[in-house]
Write a protein that binds this ligand. Structure first.
Ligand code: PLP
Length: 394
């Protein structure tokens, strides 16, 4: 059975061109880019080429790119750098819907005496800029707000927020892990000081990330040791993965506009058809400002994990916001922050597409989903009631 992979916000397939580019650097060119000999020097040049490609994708200068081990490390580093650079300031502003890489790091700092403001969102997952403005004070070291949400796909108004913060001279970091390669990013125009990316969300391998730090921004390293990355992130470079990420960014830069359009076309087709064919479905998130590849749907009166298991029988991979499938003890903090009713959270499914999904795959999901939902609803008393069947005990 062929896998239909619609879980690309969790991770993406390594692009074949990326793998090709990486292989010699896993097999033949194993030197250390810091070594003096020619063998090492070649690798240093390749890492710098990759840096230039990543920089090009986001309109940055190569020196503004720091390679890290992951999106998580980039997020942690950005927050820690702000805290270390402004030790007298002990307040951070973030949102309730961040990825745990930001959320849990902020909670960790809260346990160490920092004051954290977690901004709320409304039922569509939108932020209120006035709430942000009210939260700022003389002690604010950093505002960290994600560019786009991994669960519902909402894109936040990062330019608007950044301009407001610039006027107040507050450091601004954005977690753009879900944005890279999906919509254009131009750090020349985007008023942020720091921005996080992750390789495995853009068809590069897992275990490589990027922190963009605007020239002139005070920066304090988080991983301390050798002089790599101009002393900003110690540790021998993950050469092959960095080269892979460079290639992935080069491909993304070439195709981003076209790819974004075709992704949203496929996503909309899937979403419209499921809304039409399955009763009692709602879209979670802000349909006016969303990533082109993401849809988060709640199927009332059914359990997300049951849907995932049935989809899995057909080789379809997706995600759910309910606790058991999200690898956490709690159901989705994002949907809870949005005030989505518990029944709808439990029946939520996220489909996230990539360039490797075809229309035929989407058609297959449209074909199988209505029966899956109907049969699961027949198993639940609430669902049967909705289907018009008697649920009274004999
Ligand atoms: N931030 C967001 C928005 C994410 O979606 C993820 C991963 O899902 C991360 C950060 C963490 O990235 P990584 O898996 O590279 O640590």
């Amino acid at each position: 059975m062929k896998t239909i992979y619609l879980d690309n916000n969790a991770t993406t397939q390594v692009a074949p061109e990326v793998l090709e580019e990486m292989l010699p650097y896993l097999r033949d060119f194993y030197g250390n880019p810091s070594s003096m000999h020619t063998f090492g020097g070649q690798l240093h040049r390749k890492v710098e080429e990759a840096r230039a490609k990543v920089a090009h994708l986001i309109g940055a200068e190569p020196e503004e790119i720091i390679f890290t081990s992951s999106g998580t490390e980039s997020d942690n580093t950005a927050i820690m750098s702000a805290v270390e650079s402004f030790p007298q300031k002990r307040h951070i502003i973030t949102t309730r819907v961040e990825h745990p890489a930001v959320l849990n790091f902020c909670k960790h700092l809260a346990r160490r005496g920092y004051r954290i403001t977690f901004l709320t969102v409304n039922s569509k997952g939108q932020l209120n800029i006035d709430e942000l403005l009210k939260a700022i004070d003389d002690n604010t070291a950093l505002v960290t707000i994600m560019y786009a949400n991994n669960e519902v796909g909402n894109i936040f108004p990062i330019s608007e927020i950044g301009n407001v913060l610039k006027e107040r001279r507050i450091l601004f970091h954005t977690d753009a892990v879900q944005v890279v390669g999906k919509i254009p990013i131009d750090t020349k125009k985007l008023p942020v000081e720091m921005l996080s990316l992750s390789g495995h969300k853009v068809h590069a391998p897992k275990g490589v990330g990027v922190l963009y730090v605007r020239k002139g921004t005070r920066f304090y390293p988080y991983v301390i040791g050798g002089h790599q990355e101009r002393g900003r992130r110690a540790g021998t470079e993950n050469v092959a993965s960095i080269i892979g990420l460079g290639k992935a960014c080069e491909i993304a830069a070439k195709n981003i506009t076209q790819e974004s359009l075709s992704l949203s076309h496929l996503r909309d087709k899937l979403e419209k058809a499921l809304m039409h064919k399955c009763p009692d479905v709602r879209i979670n998130g802000d349909v006016t400002s969303r990533l082109p590849n993401t849809t988060n749907l709640s199927f009332e009166y059914v359990e997300g994990e049951a849907i995932l298991l049935r989809l899995n029988e057909y080789g379809v991979c997706a995600s759910s916001g309910s606790a058991c499938t999200s690898g956490s003890l709690e159901p989705s903090h994002v949907l809870r922050a949005m005030g989505v009713p518990f029944t709808a959270i439990h029946g939520s499914i996220r489909f996230s597409l990539s360039r490797y999904n075809s229309e035929a795959e989407v058609d297959r999901v449209i074909e199988i989903m209505p029966d899956i939902i109907k049969s699961l609803r027949q198993l639940s008393p609430f669902g049967r009631e909705k289907l018009g069947e008697s649920v009274t005990s004999p």
